[in-house]
Design a protein around this ligand. Structure first.
Ligand code: ZN
Ligand code: ZN
Ligand code: ZN
Length: 147
């Protein structure tokens, strides 16, 4: 994603194009991997000077609200906030595939869908209105290292 496109997305979400917001978004988009607020903070502090950890928390939430980032749950640290860039269209229902080795995040299509929803409805009487699924695995690059 270009800086121009990034700026347009920020503007359409009523977020000013600040050096900090741009730097956090750029870092997340360029890496394509998961990062905790503390990791973002230590990576950007040398470049951005007096950047506080609370600001990083806030910016990561703002960028998530703007649809540039998504929250990722890591099975090994479920209570810790973690984010990754996701530029997939939010209107298009999808899931995130996360490498537990390197934190690389990819988008996958949903295979849950209507058959399972109607099964659940028959069994429980619930009308299913949505679901949240995150898939974990080992990416090809990390798999090769293990062999
Ligand atoms: Zn996504
Ligand atoms: Zn990996
Ligand atoms: Zn789904």
């Amino acid at each position: 994603m270009t800086d121009e496109r990034l700026a347009v997305i920020l503007r359409s979400n009523r977020l000013k194009k600040t050096t900090r917001r741009m730097a956090v978004a750029r870092m997340m988009l360029d890496s394509g991997r998961t990062a905790t607020p503390a990791q973002v903070w230590s990576a950007l502090r040398p470049k951005l000077g007096r950047l506080g950890l609370p600001s990083v928390y806030r910016i990561l939430e703002e960028l998530t609200e703007a649809g540039l980032l998504t929250r990722i749950v890591r099975p090994e640290a479920e209570s810790e906030l973690c984010y990754a860039a996701c530029t997939a269209d939010r209107k298009h229902h999808h899931h995130h595939l996360v490498c537990t080795g390197c934190g690389r995040v990819e988008v996958v299509d949903c295979s849950f869908r209507r058959l399972e929803e109607s099964r659940i409805r028959r069994r429980t009487g619930f009308k299913v209105t949505g679901h949240t699924i995150q898939v974990q695995g080992i990416c090809p690059a990390c798999g090769d290292k293990g062999n």
